[in-house]
Design a protein around this ligand. Structure first.
Ligand code: SME
Length: 166
């Protein structure tokens, strides 16, 4: 299904980048910036039902690492996601951004919120290290376009540069 371009859905990413830079300029704390950035994305983009972070953490049961939910806006979510599972776990394992037009067609998708129908997940990388993923979900099929992925990658790059991770 093709969702036509509409003024309500289109975001002005150049303007959002200026706002994000201003929002983050005086603070470098990871929790504070991640919380602010999640709220900023959630309130700035139309038609979302979840926006936030999962961080790479030591796995609770087996060895290795997994994703643990971090600051976000939206409904209560799955706390832990194994690397390679769902869209978030796949983006983390493969260290690549994933745009999913229809989550129900993505093998292994994790339905934390049954309302989600499309999503974008982008790895959070700094100095070659993976710290987590940014997950953005919409209740609308085909909500996201390549321009959204590019715009969100640019916003996330601002967040990463403005934030201390270690
Ligand atoms: N949709 C994600 C799970 C996380 S939540 O939706 C917040 C996935 O399949 O990775």
């Amino acid at each position: 299904m093709f969702t036509p371009l509409t003024a309500e859905i289109d975001a002005d990413y150049a303007s959002l980048a200026r706002q994000a830079a201003s929002l983050l300029e005086d603070e470098r704390d990871l929790t504070a910036n991640a919380a602010q950035f999640s709220a900023f994305i959630y309130q700035s983009l139309a038609d979302l039902n979840w926006a936030g972070f999962y961080w790479v953490k030591p796995a609770k049961k087996a060895g290795g690492e997994e994703l643990l939910v971090g600051p976000f806006q939206g409904k209560v979510a799955c706390a832990r996601i194994a690397f390679g599972k769902g869209v978030c776990g796949t983006a983390a394992a493969e260290r690549r951004a994933i745009l999913v037009p229809d989550v129900h067609a993505f093998a292994g998708h994790i339905a934390c919120d049954a309302a989600s129908n499309s999503e974008i997940v982008i790895p959070v990388m700094k100095d070659g290290q993976l710290y987590g993923v940014l997950d953005i979900d919409s209740p609308t099929l085909n909500r996201f376009r390549p321009e959204d992925l590019q715009g969100l990658e640019a916003l996330l790059a601002l967040f990463v540069a403005a934030t201390d991770f270690a």
